[in-house]
Design a protein around this ligand. Structure first.
Ligand SMILES: C[S@@+](CC[C@H](N)C(=O)[O-])C[C@H]1O[C@@H](n2cnc3c(N)ncnc32)[C@H](O)[C@@H]1O
Length: 257
């Protein structure tokens, strides 16, 4: 495409500018693909090369190719780079509507629950938060709740989550507002997880990278649970702890895919 935006590209840019501050940025082909698969509402999507993007979809994700064909507007490379904070190697970006807090709270409160809720207690690292949302989507968990000040919909978290925020209910809540269900609080001092079955309605709580579980979350916990770890190692990374715990849930009776 030439350097000047014309016709549909001008319309896409004006939609983008109108919607950007209230929308979720889907950064790159894979984030857009996941968001489409999990039913996100996407009012505008751009690429610098429609043919190349649709060929990529045909090769990697044929299930979304026709939807992308209808959604994508080709824009000049200079326009694309002016719309996104950090250009992505696939030169694809889109804006999605963030699910309402009410809808997420309803999903988190729904019983009987068929898969756990993951709670990150005051997480600090945006990349960890995104990796946990990706894990939660992969294991089909009910939702990911974060306490504290980190915004679970921060663009860096969405980027690390690969567009999978739309596959689970992602919300920030106070400890006092956590969904019902037995709370399994993960801590290296707890009882060995290998002796336990994690029920589908469990609330699985993980501490902050800096200081572990807060006193409030410890007080709310029904079980303090540890992951196997050799002496002299202090702790695992937060996201890897969530991965091991969800894997344990999946092999002790969790949902089969
Ligand atoms: C990086 S660790 C926190 C380390 C922190 N310095 C502390 O004092 O606990 C982040 C969280 O991962 C989980 N975690 C890490 N290693 C674990 C283990 N061996 N058993 C259970 N949970 C673990 C806990 O929930 C922990 O709060």
């Amino acid at each position: 495409m030439t350097d000047a935006a014309t016709g549909p590209a001008i319309d896409a840019v004006s939609d983008w500018q109108r919607l950007a501050c209230d929308s979720v940025l889907l950064d790159g082909f894979h984030a857009l693909k996941h968001a489409v698969r999990f039913g996100a509402r996407i009012p505008v999507a751009v690429t610098t090369d429609r043919r190349k993007t649709l060929d990529l979809a045909a090769a990697l994700a044929p299930d979304v190719r026709d939807t992308l064909d209808a959604l994508l507007t080709e824009v000049p490379a200079t326009t694309y780079t002016s719309l996104v904070p950090r250009p992505h190697p696939t030169a694809v970006a889109a804006l999605a509507v963030r699910p309402s807090r009410e809808a997420n709270l309803e999903a988190l409160a729904r019983t009987p629950r068929t898969a756990p809720v993951v709670v990150l207690d005051n997480p600090r690292n945006l990349g960890n938060a995104g990796a946990v949302i990706r894990l939660a989507a992969g294991f089909g968990v009910t939702g990911v709740v974060m306490t504290g000040t980190l915004d679970p919909w921060h663009p860096t978290v969405v980027r690390a989550g690969a567009g999978l925020h739309f596959a689970t209910a992602v919300e920030r809540l106070a400890v006092a507002e956590l969904p019902s269900g037995p709370v399994f609080a993960l801590d290296p001092e707890g009882d060995d997880i290998r002796a336990l079955k994690i029920p589908d309605d469990a609330v699985l709580a993980f501490g902050s990278e800096r200081s572990g579980l807060s006193p409030d979350l410890r007080a709310r916990g029904d079980h303090l649970v540890s992951l196997p770890m050799r002496p002299q190692v202090s702790s695992y990374n937060l996201a890897t702890s969530v991965a091991m715990t969800l894997y344990h849930w999946s092999v002790t009776g969790g949902r089969a895919f």
